[in-house]
Design a binder for this molecule. Structure first.
Ligand SMILES: [Zn+2]
Length: 271
């Protein structure tokens, strides 16, 4: 029997044949460890566990990457609220998340990169986006210019007003006066008092959430990845505008991960 695998491609809404290769890279967006795991996490990670096991069953040598987003607005906010050091909060919440996944019998990923360990690489990628003319500097921050991609928003199924409204709701700060376009998003930003800080060509600060997975996926698997997955909340058009056409050419500039949806953002086929 010829084995085949079709997955639901979030960017097209259609089933897509996955090319089976001897070595495959599966990147599943990991958690931002600032609170307890819930059933939504269980659903996501059990689902991709089944996928990884199945690919291995078909004979593929699967590199399964699942990041830990330990540099992010939410984790820094909660650390401030609880008066805990953000690294400590991330470690303890990640430990309890792993214990919960172990209890479910979910295999551990082959690689578990922490965003904080890849900041120099993120800086390199932000620089590449600036060099490519798709990002701009303002007051110690670097923004991605969404208008640089004509496909931007086309697949989001939302009109511009709705995207702006949702960006405001989800911490995207569309009213930031430094932005050329309210939908542009931050690739690098100055850190607030007490938050982690790294030196960069644009001043001390920290990476924006959108660049993190992009950098980690590029460094660990290389692009294009075979399957890029994550919680459905990351890909829903109600969460964020989609990024429909990342630069997957190894020679091209890296692309930010908007709402963590790349063309291979997938969920198992319903049939
Ligand atoms: Zn991600």
């Amino acid at each position: 029997m010829r084995m085949s695998l079709r997955l639901h491609d979030e960017t097209t809404g259609a089933l897509r044949q996955v090319e089976l290769r001897p070595r495959m890279g599966v990147y599943v967006c990991g958690i931002t460890p600032y609170d307890s795991a819930h059933l939504g996490h269980a659903f996501t990670y059990v689902q991709f566990d089944v996928l990884v096991r199945y690919l291995r069953h078909l004979g593929a040598d699967v590199v399964h990457v699942q990041n830990v987003t330990d540099v992010d607005d939410d984790i820094l906010r909660v650390a401030r609220e609880r008066g805990v050091e953000h690294g400590k909060l991330a470690r303890s919440e990640n430990e309890s998340f792993r214990a919960a996944m172990d209890a479910l019998g979910v295999l551990r990923p082959t690689e578990e990169p922490w965003a904080s360990s890849y900041v120099p690489d993120m800086i390199e990628d932000v620089r590449a986006l600036l060099d490519a003319g798709v990002a701009y500097r303002r007051g110690g921050a670097v923004y991605f210019r969404v208008g640089a991609d004509p496909m931007y928003g086309r697949l989001s199924q939302l009109d511009r007003e709705e995207m702006i409204r949702l960006a405001a709701e989800r911490g995207g700060r569309p009213d930031d006066p430094l932005k050329d376009d309210p939908l542009d998003f931050v690739l690098w930003q100055p850190s607030e008092e007490g938050d982690p800080v790294w030196e960069s060509p644009w001043g001390p600060g920290r990476p924006g959430w959108h660049i993190e997975c992009s950098t980690m996926a590029r460094r660990i698997i290389g692009v294009p990845v075979d399957v890029h997955g994550g919680g459905v909340d990351l890909s829903s058009p109600t969460t964020s505008p989609r990024w429909p056409r990342p630069s997957t050419s190894p020679a091209g500039p890296p692309s930010p991960c908007t709402g963590c949806t790349w063309p291979w953002s997938t969920r198992p086929a319903r049939r």
